[in-house]
Design a protein around this ligand. Sequence first.
Ligand code: HEM
Length: 407
Amino acid sequence: MTDLAPLAFNPLDPAFRADPYPTYRRLRDEDPTYLSPLGFHVFTRYQDCLAVLRHPQMSSDARHARNLVEFIEQHPAAKKMADVMEQRRSFLMLDPPDHTRLRGLVSKAFTVRTVENLRPRVQHLVDELIDSVARAGAMDVVEDFAYPLPVVIICELLGVPPSDHERFKGWSRDLARGLDPDFIQPAEALERRFETLLAFHEYFRELINRRRSDPGDDVLTALIHAEERGDTLNEDELLGTCTLLLVAGHETTVNLIANGVLALLRHRDQFERLRAEPALIKSAVEEVLRFDPPVQFDGRVALADIEIGGVTVERGEQPMLILAAANRDPAEFVDPETFDITRGENRHLSFGYGLHFCLGAPLARLEGQLALGTLVRRLPAIDLAVDEPTYKENLILRGLATLPVTF
Ligand code: HEM
């Protein structure tokens, strides 16, 4: 695409939100180590993103960021949140040795076997969701299909009683914005997120107490009893972990399913191919993850001056990694702009890389494969009911607000 406008990267621009890929491509082609006016580098090449993610002095702990303290001091809602989070940080935002210890305890309760055991349950839920709209001949893929599935699964995993699942949908929406930088959010949104966080923690504090005396067959009970070398999770760590599992496990998977439906409907030949060859579902889901990733950006904080891609990331700087751009780097992928469900060896960065590689990847893959595979099989006449679907405001977890379809 030829675009004579000067290269600018403003993720808050509505045109960018509607379709960020032309901007990503220009950044990667014209200025792959773009220095944002806000003072951080934006990396868009695959190898540069990978270099940051695997660098031992690139930290996941934002407390090392040079401008964070200043921002927190000026914003009361951010300050309150930082105070609460200080004790309840999830391991997503920690470095070794804390990260290693907490992730170790959680991954014990989150094995591949646990996930594979969920297969019949996920399939049952997917079928139920399709049954409930089948007669109507129309649905909003986000609201009626993509949203309810992962929230029920994550609630069931954590042992949240079914009567409380509805509450989690709203909480999850508010908390998901917590991954975006605080400085781009209005004060009211920060306040609301803070209230949600407290309500969520209160809810889990109670559930943890209940599970201590009345253990269930769920991840929360397993976490309460998880032990490694005499070490267990304390209550704050349990709360931080539960919040992480909800945020990391819900909106991301909603986006995978909805982005997948959109990509398949916009590339009808691929939809028909998958219908004819259901065994392609695994590579199809990997291609959705590469082509339109649910988590668009990742980030780190430099603990020293570090050279990446020919520029110096200064100590305290928070470089931004555009995973969605790295996934279309022609130096790594053949025909990167083509959505090809048969693509082999798909080394996309959509689940991150290295120490913090997504713990929930097997679950996300299972849900994505069953949701998309079943939809293609059961609703062969499905079609988009709008030309340009709208997107939510979230930046990091970019996702569709609605996706109306008919079938
Ligand atoms: C398609 C869906 C998903 C995508 C695209 C995704 C993506 C990611 C990415 C990019 C990271 C790395 C973040 C970083 O480098 O800082 C991550 C970490 C994580 N994800 Fe996922 N995720 C998905 C689903 C899930 C699910 C279903 C769960 C759990 C129920 C989950 C749990 C986690 C956890 C616990 C981490 C932190 C790992 C660590 O810090 O060691 N994710 N995810």
